[in-house]
Design a protein around this ligand. Structure first.
Ligand SMILES: [Zn+2]
Ligand SMILES: [Zn+2]
Length: 147
């Protein structure tokens, strides 16, 4: 009996993100990407939470919240965190913070929008996205994490 060949360790397909609360920018986060580049996005964008009129919607859990505090509390729950971890940012676009919600839908944390998967490339090359991406980069020069 021959032994099976050693399997190569697979690289993690997750963009490494460290999250810090910020001193001067409430509800925003500094994300440090694998490349060492830093981006600052709002906490809601990071957590895939949209604001639709006066309702907050978590796209990961498909849950809706009428009040700010229950939305904030939701983001700290284990279930939400677990589900968020199951939908990591796509490695193909390391700087763009895209999560795939399902086969037909993606979410852009830079712009805080839902994008049909078939038009993802158009979104990423669009002016709106690159403007938001530049803002997210610039913010990281101006804000320091809370000590
Ligand atoms: Zn959630
Ligand atoms: Zn975008």
């Amino acid at each position: 009996m021959s032994l099976p060949p050693l399997r190569r360790l697979k690289k993690s397909n997750m963009t490494k993100i460290s999250v810090f609360p910020l001193a001067h920018l409430d509800q925003h986060m500094i994300l440090t990407l694998k490349s060492g580049k830093k981006l600052v996005v709002s906490s809601d964008s990071f957590h895939c939470v949209l604001t639709i009129s006066n309702t907050f919607k978590c796209l990961i859990c498909e849950a809706e919240f009428k009040c700010y505090s229950s939305k904030e509390k939701h983001k700290t729950t284990e279930l939400h965190k677990k589900r968020l971890a199951l939908k990591p940012n796509l490695e193909e676009f390391p700087e763009d913070l895209i999560r795939q919600l399902d086969a037909e839908t993606c979410y852009c944390s830079i712009c805080n929008v839902v994008i049909p998967t078939h038009s993802l490339m158009r979104h990423l090359s669009g002016e709106g996205h690159s403007t938001e991406l530049n803002k997210a980069k610039k913010r990281s020069f101006n804000y320091k994490p809370l000590q």
